[in-house]
Design a protein. Sequence first.
Length: 95
Amino acid sequence: MQRVEIVMPDAGPLISLAMGDALDVLLKLELPIRIVDQAFYEVTRSDSYPGAIEVRTFAEAYPDRLLIAPTNVGRLAALERKQDPGAKQRGLGDA
């Protein structure tokens, strides 16, 4: 049997779905959902960002369906943020 998942490697679609109040569309196919760690960080790093609260709330509501997928980019970006909290990291949440 082939394993199928929804993978969200980019912040843009998450923001669009959140702003359109349509994150629940991801649940319709009844498949596991993986959001790349850096994309999730870019969307949710500040509550003032469009869709941040909605995406975070969605992720918290469906922990059995949604996994934040660790990546080397996300790991290295987190290390950089730890060393330099003001580091500019735009665009790392894109595939």
